[in-house]
Design a protein around this ligand. Sequence first.
Ligand code: GLN
Length: 541
Amino acid sequence: MVKFVFVTGGVLSSVGKGIITSSIGKMLQARGFRVTAIKIDPYVNVDAGTMNPYMHGEVYVTDDGGETDLDLGWYERFLNINLSKENNITTGQVYQAIIEKERRGSFLGRCVQIVPHVTNEIKSRIRKVAKQSNVDVVLTECGGTVGDIEGLPFLEAIRQMRLEEGYENTLYVHVALVPILDVTGEMKTKPLQHSVNELRRIGIQPDIIVARCEKMIDSEALRKISLFGTIPREAVFCSYTVQTIYQVPLILDEQRMGDYICERLKLSKTPPNMDEWKRFVDAVLNPRHEIKIALVGKYAGLADSYVSMSEALRHGGALCQTRIIIEYIEAERFEQNSKELSLLKNFDGVFVPYGFGKRGTEGKIMAIQFARQNNIPFLGICFGFQLAVVEFARNICNLKNANSTEIDPETPHPVIDLMPEQKHIEYKGATMRLGAHKVIIKPGTLAHKLYKAEEIYERHRHRFEVNVDYLQTMESQGLVFSGTSPDGRRMEILEFPNHYFFFASQFHGEFKSRPGKPDPEYYGFVKACLDRKLGKPAPEF
Ligand code: GLN
């Protein structure tokens, strides 16, 4: 019998439900149970792919090409599992499926309603994931805050699941903010109480409450949460602010949350083994070195826009016992005043992330040129890879005004161009080249040393690519394309051997990076930044 854990949120969004959901999974895994996690996003978009990162943070990409909410990234990183696009359920998907069925005549003669048709569709999607993933426990996190109009059908569906799956097989975990008043230092539980009431109004009585608070909640706050929440004190936990989010499963397990969940779900009680996780956390908390990385991007105002990338850098850092300090720099700053480029000299590495559209591209190209000319370690991902090609074409190959046709459709040298299969695409949703594709690595290259393999699978999300008409010109000037698609026509990795560390990929290594097992390109970059700072020759790997 599969067990279902549902996580809801109260008071406000962004209280860390995703991390708490992942942490519950970690505590269960540490006791030998197999888990998977689903994110429900009540918005009407079919997937996250059409949203600007400023709206919801980065778009996460799964192996099967789903463009999903970034919480799937936390599940994958914490639980070291690979999820499918089906692990992200949205209102858009649910209605699209129901309307399609209605048009086909599947509901012939009936009036199609939120209950039971929409709720049935939601439940069947959750159960489908449960069935396909062959696990002991399915965690389902409901996005947004209880009381949101969009969330109602989802909460109704999970309410019904208690009845259908049974008390011992379902668990409701409610996460809510407990603010501390500046003036008196008092912990205020009233907003949390209201959010529990809101949940009850829908018919869900939480089994566990997690108070999200800056500090460990005091006994008075605990007493009130238990009393007004109608749950035993042993079922109230606190996710207080810690140095690194990777500590969250450890602090919750210390409060015996893992044991409580197992008891409540009648799962056999085995002592947890978190040794490996603790070792990773220790490495993050006790670095011996420190490096500063300049992330030159377009969505620099919101760190969540680059969360998988910054985590991948941290995974690399942990392996080198190095604290990573990332400064988010708006690329446009360099366009406005090129003197600001010298600022990059204060950094150990320059990182140019993914991106779309024109804004900030010239600034990114300037930053890449600066890193190349000053021998500062450089890593480019996706758009960063494409702009490294543009920079090389312009400044080394003398191809004046070379560009990507995404930025300048009239460029005389379209060194980056739309992929042929993209030319006739009209719909914007889920039409990029997405998900895991095979990459062949050239023996003897830096890429080969880093990946220690000749074939890898990496996740993609792009419409444009290197124009092979310019390959010879660029290769004759020393640029090496060390990774390609199996047919050799699609460039996937570039490196510039005349440089301390100059590496970029069309794919996104960050999506496969895990605590304790950093992605090779991120690890290589971090190690190069550190070695150069320590005055060592370029790392050999
Ligand atoms: N805009 C570029 C493309 O579509 C790069 C995409 C990205 O950085 N993810 O190819």
